[in-house]
Design a protein around this ligand. Structure first.
Ligand SMILES: NC(=O)c1ccc[n+]([C@@H]2O[C@H](COP(=O)([O-])OP(=O)(O)OC[C@H]3O[C@@H](n4cnc5c(N)ncnc54)[C@H](O)[C@@H]3O)[C@@H](O)[C@H]2O)c1
Length: 427
């Protein structure tokens, strides 16, 4: 597979997650018909901002961190995408995450383009005050790009409602007016939406139900293994367990735990809140080595941590029927091919984890009208959107005999490029 265009600011020998995204685009290009003349637009982010984020540490020293905001495509609406605080954040990663947001937003047909942000920092090394200063300075540095009708950040790995509240307040101080719609995933007391915290995990569950029904897997008693027990993995675990499934294994950054009869998810949440991770959970049968997680037999595997976890080697070992990608980019293109050969059904990130941005969209709409919906209304609308997006993608996959990932890209890229074509090129 050839990529004609490699930007000068990436390492051509290791494109990182952006290279993974480019390979996915190459797979959709043959299915775009006359729109394929626009496909190059998907292979370039529209806009990249790199910022230096200096803060004064509690001990009086000055620390500098590298921050980004990338707007991949704004053809269908303002930018939308999370902000990640992690020590391994790179430009390539933020670029890929912004592009996956473009695809995701188009796949569920919410009126947004794709964007993403991040700071290369391990937030566990910062005090609460330092984290607040970092967040505020970052917001100020990217403030020329964001805004309720320009680009709307949200939480991602290691960012949460508190971080969103600081971002909103910083933006309000700079602009001189209170714009709750500048970020989503806010606390309920500040214009946040009911159901937003659980939305991504709930969406993973909804597509899981659809996939399981089509694969003839009964959710009651189904064996589920989950990597990542944060917002996405932890919520998915709760909802699947409530539906009668057995969470037989959970891995996070602290360790890997298993229980044949299914872990007590409520107790595990309590343990993680106190201990900071799943390690040492007394309700587990055993603790496994990190790598042994991939040998656990399951009906459904949910990667809900970081990207590029399911490599070709891992894919060859997996014993599961369905993969629900809660995380963004967990499966490499080589692994995708192996999983297709093994007849493992992969529900891709750009569909499976779109519940979060769907309820972020509801939050943004509620903020504009200052009129708030009930949690039941929100969950019902979320379920409807996820079911209908899954059904449309499923039909395309059947018709074109392609994976659900390529089918999602076909549906989404067609919407993005149609918008591009009808808008025309400026000037
Ligand atoms: N929060 C959202 O609404 C949302 C929406 C769509 C997609 N996502 C994606 O879901 C994934 C998880 O996001 P989150 O919001 O749940 O983050 P989070 O910070 O709440 O949780 C991350 C989890 O991953 C685990 N983890 C980190 N490094 C790991 C490693 N090396 N091995 C195993 N586990 C590891 C952590 O221990 C933690 O349990 C990310 O890929 C994110 O982009 C999140």
């Amino acid at each position: 597979m050839s990529h004609d265009y490699i930007p000068s600011y990436l390492n051509p020998n290791d494109l990182g997650p952006w290279g993974q995204y480019l390979q996915q685009v190459d797979r959709v290009a043959p299915h775009l018909g006359s729109l394929s003349r626009w496909v190059e637009t998907l292979k370039r982010p529209k806009r990249i901002l790199t910022v230096d984020v200096p803060i004064e540490r509690d001990d009086g020293t000055i620390a500098h961190y590298e921050g980004y905001r990338v707007q991949h495509n704004l053809s269908r609406g303002p930018g939308k995408g999370g902000v990640r605080f992690h020590q391994d954040v790179t430009l390539s990663e933020v670029m890929a995450l912004s592009a996956w947001m473009s695809v995701k937003n188009a796949a569920v047909n919410v009126p947004y383009g794709g964007a993403k942000g991040g700071i290369r920092v391990d937030p566990s090394t910062l005090s609460k005050g330092e984290l607040q200063r970092l967040t505020r300075r970052y917001t100020s540095e990217i403030s020329m790009l964001i805004g309720p009708t320009k680009d709307i950040p949200a939480p991602d790995v290691n960012t949460n409602e508190q971080v969103m509240a600081w971002m909103m307040d910083s933006y309000a101080m700079i602009e001189g007016n209170l714009s709750t719609g500048v970020v989503t995933g806010k606390p309920i007391s500040l214009g946040g939406s009911l159901g937003r915290r659980e939305a991504t995990g709930r969406g993973v569950f909804v597509v899981g139900q659809e996939a399981a029904a089509r694969r003839g897997v009964a959710l009651a008693g189904a064996r589920i293994a989950i990597q990542g027990f944060g917002n996405v993995g932890g919520t998915a675990a709760t909802i699947f367990a409530d539906a009668g499934a057995k969470i037989v294994a959970v891995q996070d950054h602290t360790g890997t735990i298993v229980r044949e009869d299914g872990l007590d998810v409520a107790q595990l949440h309590k343990h993680v809140a106190e201990a900071g991770g799943v390690k040492g959970f007394p309700g587990a049968d055993a603790t496994l080595d990190r790598d042994a997680f991939w040998d656990i037999e399951s009906d459904i595997l949910i990667p809900a941590a970081l990207e590029r976890q399911i490599t070709a080697d891992v894919a060859a070992r997996l014993k599961t029927k369905i993969i629900l990608e809660g995380a963004n980019g967990p499966t490499t293109p080589e692994a995708d091919d192996i999983l297709a050969d093994k007849d493992v059904l992969v529900v891709p990130d750009v569909l499976a984890n779109a519940g979060g941005v769907t309820v972020s969209y509801f939050e943004w709409v509620q903020d504009f009208s200052s009129f708030f919906w009930t949690e039941d209304e929100i969950n019902a609308r979320l379920t409807r959107i996820m079911q209908s997006a899954f059904g449309a993608v499923w039909d395309v996959a059947q018709e074109k005999k392609v994976s659900l990932r390529t089918a999602t890209f076909i549906v989404a890229c067609t919407r993005i490029l149609q918008a591009r074509e009808v808008r025309g090129l400026y000037p």
